[in-house]
Design a protein around this ligand. Structure first.
Ligand code: GLU
Length: 424
């Protein structure tokens, strides 16, 4: 099992994602018995580019934006990972997210390493024109270190296919070469893949279904709670309700709503189109904390990081947690949840459907042969179900958590690649 709780719970735990990622790597490397030289390489990104770039705002003024691209490890293939636009983007967060991408790509067997980018901005306050100029400005600023065989960006928090389209266009213009394989998560008309926008949620629900089967639970009439109603949360809620789950509660950045009999997800999606899930006064409001603490078969944190920590882990009553977001549970919380017998499907597995279909998109761009939706779904299911069982079987064998087992599989693969390349 994990470290002894007495050693880690004494001090206040860190919420710095970079330190958390390092600790997760160290923990799984210890179980694997990896050489410390290898661990030291994996505990830091290979390259972090910090950029600032001017953007002309609609009122004629110039604003300087800052952003980062972190490339963690490319032993197993070119870097891969999204770009987030958020006011709280921090270099340590971007580094951690790039480390999680290496683990994610490797655990599901994609020929990619890990990377991640972030721009400090609040897209909700930008006009469409300003958002376009920020997107183009950032991709130009990092263009030296990205490309179809170097590092391939994609969407993440508050970025979407439209943003990816502008980025791909900027790169193609700069190189005077049509380069769809340089960016994934693009609109369909310029080389996007069928099924990419729902892929994170679909992959997540596929792992939930396997975990429910392992627990001998029936999907019909089961209960679920979803935190976050962006692309992943909203689609996951819809897919779970299609499977027969009652969606007890959902939330977005403005608040949470609850119904013991189950919410109407379609209706909430309509509310969200023009505002927030809390826009109907008739719905029962609860707090974000109350939402996380509800008793349910499945809890899906699909918002931001560090929402389940040492502070609230003992109040969580879900039976299965599937991390659609990156980094929602801290290592101390992980330990408490494991002691309570709660199954946590870790982010690096639960939300790997997104990057998996990004990989399919890249393959389609490189080969110029485009797949039908059914093929995307079939291939995605194979990857997710096989990866889930590989992780679950290893967790049983080592009597450890799914997170540690997922890291063990991924770290072993990266280590093999680094060894074969002669790095260690
Ligand atoms: N941003 C997503 C993630 O965290 C997708 C990355 C990708 O498609 O490259 O996995």
């Amino acid at each position: 099992m994990a470290e002894s709780s007495s050693t880690v719970l004494q001090e206040r735990e860190t919420l710095n994602p970079y330190l958390i990622a390092q600790r997760q790597i160290q923990l799984a490397a210890g179980v694997l018995g990896l050489n410390q030289d290898v661990v030291e390489i994996l505990k830091r990104p290979q390259r972090v580019l910090s950029v600032s770039f001017p953007v002309r705002m609609d009122d004629g003024s110039v604003q300087v934006f800052e952003g980062y691209r972190s490339q963690h490890n490319d032993a197993g293939g070119p870097g891969k990972g999204g770009i987030r636009f958020h006011p709280e983007v921090h270099v340590d967060e971007v580094k951690a997210l790039s480390m999680w991408m290496t683990i994610k790509c490797q655990v599901v067997g994609l020929p990619f390493g890990g990377a991640k980018g972030g721009v400090i901005c609040d897209p909700r306050t930008l006009s469409t024109g300003e958002l376009e100029r920020v997107s183009r400005g950032f991709i130009e600023a990092i263009s030296q270190i990205i490309g179809p065989d170097k590092d391939i960006p994609a969407p993440d928090v508050y970025t979407n296919p439209k943003v990816m389209g502008w980025m791909m266009d900027t790169l193609s213009r700069m190189q005077q070469t049509y380069s769809p394989a340089a960016i994934t998560g693009k609109p369909l008309s310029i080389g996007g893949s069928q099924g990419r926008s729902e892929a994170t949620a679909r992959g997540c629900v596929m792992t939930v279904v396997e975990a429910m089967k392992e627990k001998g639970k029936d999907m019909k009439g089961a209960t679920a709670v979803v935190q976050g109603f962006g692309n992943a949360g909203r689609t996951a809620a819809k897919l779970l309700s299609d499977l027969g789950f009652h969606i007890l509660a959902v939330s977005d950045s403005r608040g949470a709503v609850y119904s013991p009999a189950g919410l109407d997800v379609e209706y909430l999606s309509v509310l969200k189109e023009t505002g927030s899930v809390v826009d109907d006064e008739a719905l029962l409001r609860i707090t974000q904390d109350e939402l996380l603490e509800l008793e349910a078969d499945v809890l899906i944190p699909a918002a931001l990081g560090n929402v389940i920590t040492a502070e609230n882990a003992d109040k969580i009553h879900a039976s299965i947690i599937a991390e659609a977001a990156n980094g929602p549970i801290t290592p101390d919380a992980d330990q408490v949840l494991a002691e309570k017998g709660i199954v946590v499907i870790p982010d690096v597995l639960a939300n790997a459907g997104g990057v998996t279909v990004s990989y399919f998109e890249w393959v389609q761009n490189v080969t110029r042969f485009y797949w039908k939706n059914d093929r995307v779904l079939d291939e995605l299911r194979t990857v997710m179900v096989d990866s889930y069982h590989a992780v679950s079987n290893l967790a049983k064998k080592y009597e450890t958590t799914l997170r540690v087992a997922a890291y063990m599989i991924a770290l072993q693969r990266v280590t093999n690649a680094m060894t074969e390349r002669g790095w260690v």
